[in-house]
Design a protein around this ligand. Structure first.
Ligand code: IPM
Ligand code: MN
Length: 355
């Protein structure tokens, strides 16, 4: 029985508003775990900008080794205004994704009831899809370099690395996920086959090969630019979108906006055979730090995704149902930081009392 197991969860509150939203997420996790007798153990890690400034440590190898022993990782945000952009993002967030081989970045785009949507006439029934983003390769792999840096002959090369193995395992996950989700069973490959004729040739060939193994799934293709257009014009066309790392990064920010903003957008960095990590996708929001005004819903929904991935589906459903109940109640005036009409901790309290 799952419920006899005690989950080991590493908590990385991180930078900026990360600790505030993670605190509310943990509050809700504790409440739902208590109501369903789910056992767990939380271990905190102080990775982030403050530790780096104090000690120069980014992500020590020993910590990474420890993280591999957890059932899951719950992350707030990484990014500090006094640390040069890239150091913490690459050194902590991307390094964890790579070294824990979290090859899927799963980002649901779901408009909940009573959430203001910038798309006129679009309702919750129209915006409910999931983006499966490849999370370990492509332009993020770090391939490339400079030649003659700083001279007028400078060359900068940034390579998109796409391996058959990496592409295939991502596509396979997307096909399986589409089946399991069981909505309209449609999987759209988002690429750029008209220009990126090597990388997306591999993606497209592998996609069609795998499609033969999944006859119940309708397949579709859209270029990334057109995907952006359809996400705004006809988001109801999408069920599951699968794409590479860079395109997935871009279209999921667009996705977050059409589902009501960064305040509610959650994501999972998933290694289906290993340790996964769940996070609100909004970042550290330095300007709102310490004010009890940031929206914790994205972090709370990320906690729900974590429960679902651990196999605690009932608990995940309760978290989502409580979030929907709060939104439907009209208590929240907005999902944007500073305009919510409820504080960060009040939202956590309300949800903890309602799961
Ligand atoms: C995200 C973020 C990261 C990414 C940054 C912070 C490195 O934008 O999770 O989408 O580009 O993947
Ligand atoms: Mn991003």
């Amino acid at each position: 029985m799952r419920s006899s197991k005690s989950y080991k969860i590493a908590v990385i509150p991180g930078d900026g508003t990360g600790p505030e939203v993670v605190k509310e997420g943990v509050k809700v996790l504790k409440a739902v775990a208590a109501s369903l007798s789910i056992k767990y153990e939380l271990v905190n890690y102080d990775l982030g900008g403050e530790r780096y400034k104090k000690t120069g440590e980014i992500l020590p190898d020993s910590v990474l080794k420890e993280l591999k022993k957890f059932d899951s990782i719950y992350l707030g945000a990484i990014g500090h205004p006094e640390v040069k952009p890239g150091i913490l993002e690459k050194g902590i967030l991307l390094r964890m994704r790579f070294e824990l081989d979290q090859y899927i970045n799963l980002r649901p785009v779901k408009l909940y009831p009573n959430v203001p949507c910038p798309l006129r006439d679009k309702k919750p029934k129209d915006i409910d899809f999931v983006v499966v983003r490849e999370n370990t390769e492509g332009l993020y792999s770090g391939g490339g370099g400079f030649l003659k840096k700083g001279t007028s002959d400078e060359v900068a090369i940034q390579e998109s690395i796409n391996t058959r193995k990496g592409v295939e395992r991502c596509l396979r996950y997307a096909f399986q996920y589409t089946l399991k989700r069981n909505k309209v069973r449609k999987l759209t490959l988002c690429g750029k086959t008209n220009v990126l004729t090597y990388a997306f040739d591999l993606w497209e060939r592998t996609f069609h090969e795998l499609a033969k193994e999944f006859p119940k799934i309708k397949t579709d293709y859209a270029h990334v630019d057109a995907t952006c257009m359809w996400m705004v014009k006809n988001p109801e066309w999408f069920d599951v979108i699968v794409t590479d790392n860079m395109f997935g990064d871009i279209i999921t920010d667009l996705g977050a906006m059409i589902q009501g903003g960064m305040g509610i957008a959650a994501g999972g960095n998933i290694n289906p055979e290993g340790v996964s990590m769940f996070e609100p996708i909004g970042g550290s929001a330095p300007k709102y730090t310490g004010k009890n005004v940031i929206n914790p819903l994205a972090a709370i929904c990320a906690g729900g995704m974590m429960l679902e991935t651990l196999g605690e589906e009932k608990a995940a459903q309760r978290v989502e149902a409580a979030v929907i109940k709060l939104l439907e109640s009209g208590k929240l005036k907005s999902l944007d930081a500073g305009k919510m009409g409820m504080s960060t901790s009040e939202i956590g309290d309300w949800l903890a009392a309602n799961v």
